[in-house]
Design a protein around this ligand. Sequence first.
Ligand code: ADP
Length: 367
Amino acid sequence: MAYLTLRGINKIYPNGFHAVHDFNMEIEKGEFIVFVGSSGCGKSTTLRMIAGLENISKGEFYIDGEKVNEKGPRERGVAMVFQSYALYPHMSVYDNLAFGLMLQGVDDDVIEKKVLSTAKILGLTDYLDRLPRELSGGQRQRVAVGRAIIRKVNIFLMDEPLSNLDAKQRVTMRSEITQIHRETGATTIYVTHDQTEAMTMADRIVVMKDGYIQQIGTPYDLYFNPVNMFVAGFIGEPPMNFIEAKVKKGRLALSESDIDLGAVADDDVLKQYEGSEIVFGFRPEAVKSDLGGSTKRAYHIKSFTNLVELLGDNTNVYVNFDGFSSILKVEPHHAPSIGSTFEFAIPFDSVYLFDKHTEKRIKLRKE
Ligand code: ADP
């Protein structure tokens, strides 16, 4: 059995709202797991059931082979960091870090050693005498993380810990938390609505929607092998472009033009979609603006340029074709000007096809 096992976990709140449906997952010791999804999809509810702060309506939760449904947070050996730092405002950083250990009756010299080593990991050594209000947001969040890691717990739970920080601090704390995880080795479950945090921090990501798991996988899996349109559209920034079209004799018919399905046209699976509508997906960064020889094995599209955003390392180009809007990521010196026609190519192997009705990925035999 894995270190953590969630089997058929459901949450039905007292008002009857079914917030989490049949959550099944196994987590190995030391993994960094991220739950990601839009607000209200059930991430925090699941985390709180793991913490023991919310009861499990149905299903079983095991830690190291032992069922812990009825156990409280302390008995489960978990520490949790919340979005609000929850620091004691009248206590110094030193005392905020030391407080939990003091309550446990740990000796003063042991406490001092632990506070100093935790402060060192978090870069707080020079701030131990300060009060929380004398710290920046990032430093306060570090104290909150420090309070959790000082206790040597086995399971570390974090609920949107970076959402009160500005963009720059978020990037710094992101790598600091990953570093702390590497140093402590604690099994970590981290909740966020931000796909970039999920992609950069996780060993494995759980994508949730409306209380259901959509997909569990490594960042690489989710980006390259999304199982449905939701995951494909959620992971990646800007999101994947989706074009609705009809399969007609090996071509993808749009309203004004059609796309030769080329290599995949005679695929047995795709043949079953003859005459029906499917969704054609491609990532903004997959397109090639240089229509030279290297793009022969590609779909060629002529579009109209609506907007161009220069970001520095690349450019987001907003285009229209056949009534659809798409965003393309293009190298700045290949970017078109607003109002011009823009021809681009999508390599065959970077196209995703989806069933329009189930929104599931159409897995072609040839893949
Ligand atoms: P997330 O963390 O993904 O934003 P939550 O787990 O907080 O989502 O909430 C999931 C759903 O459960 C939401 O629709 C929310 O309104 C609902 N919910 C949360 N807490 C309660 C509660 N105490 N009673 C009833 N519904 C709740």
